[in-house]
Design a protein around this ligand. Structure first.
Ligand SMILES: Nc1ncnc2c1ncn2[C@@H]1O[C@H](COP(=O)(O)OP(=O)(O)OP(=O)(O)O)[C@@H](O)[C@H]1O
Ligand SMILES: [Mg+2]
Length: 156
C-alpha cells in the first residue's frame, strides 16, 4: 500500500500521471471515494497521460465509455461508473472482457461495489478529501510483483 498527499488538483493530476507508468494492458483500476472526492478527476488525468484527445466526462448515464489513446502499449481506456448499476452482467455484456483482452485498461468508479468481479490484476485507488483542495490518495494492488514499483510511486 502506498499513499500520496495531494494539496491541489494539479498534484492529483501528477499522482495520476505517475501512476500510469505502473499500468499494464488488461489492468483494472478501481476508484474508491465519496461523491466529489476526485474519481473522475483522477481518471481524466490518467487519460491525459495516455494521450486521450477526447474530453473525458462522467459516464454516469452510460455505464461504460471507451476512449482511444495515443499510447504505444495501452490502446484504450474504458471509463466505467457502477454508481447506478445493479447488474455487473450488463457491463460484461457490453464487452469489457474483450476490451481488456485486447489491451485496454479500465477505470471503474464505485468499483468497490464489485471488487471480485473483474478477475484481473487490479489496483484500488482510494481518494479521501482533506480540506478544500487536499486529497489523500492511497493505492493498493492485487499484483505482488508490482508492489515495489508502487512503493516508488508513493515515495515520489
Ligand atoms: N486535489 C484535488 N484532487 C481532485 N479533485 C480536486 C482536488 N481539489 C479540488 N478538486 C475538485 O473536486 C472535484 C472532484 O470531482 P470528481 O467529479 O472528480 O469527483 P468524483 O469522485 O468522480 O465524484 P462522483 O462520485 O460524483 O463521480 C472537482 O471539481 C475537482 O476540481
Ligand atoms: Mg465521478
Amino acid at each position: 500500500m502506498s499513499t500520496r498527499h495531494a494539496t491541489s488538483l494539479d498534484d492529483t493530476r501528477r499522482a495520476a500521471a505517475d501512476f500510469m507508468t505502473l499500468l499494464a494492458p488488461g489492468d483494472v483500476v478501481i476508484l474508491v471515494g465519496d461523491l466529489g472526492a476526485g474519481k473522475t478527476a483522477f481518471t481524466q488525468a490518467a487519460a491525459a497521460a495516455l494521450g486521450v484527445r477526447e474530453r473525458v466526462t462522467s459516464p454516469t448515464f452510460t455505464i461504460a465509455h471507451p476512449y482511444a489513446t495515443t499510447h504505444s502499449v495501452v490502446k484504450e481506456l474504458v471509463h466505467v461508473d457502477l454508481y447506478r448499476t445493479s447488474s455487473l452482467a450488463e457491463l460484461f455484456d457490453l464487452g469489457l472482457d474483450e476490451q481488456l483482452d485486447a489491451g485496454a485498461v479500465a477505470f471503474v468508479e464505485w468499483g468497490d461495489l464489485a471488487p471480485d468481479a473483474f478477475g484481473r490484476p487490479s489496483w484500488f485507488v482510494t481518494l479521501t478529501v482533506d480540506g478544500n483542495e487536499g486529497r489523500v490518495i492511497t493505492v493498493t494492488t492485487t499484483d505482488a510483483a508490482r508492489e515495489s514499483a508502487l512503493n516508488e510511486w508513493g515515495n515520489a
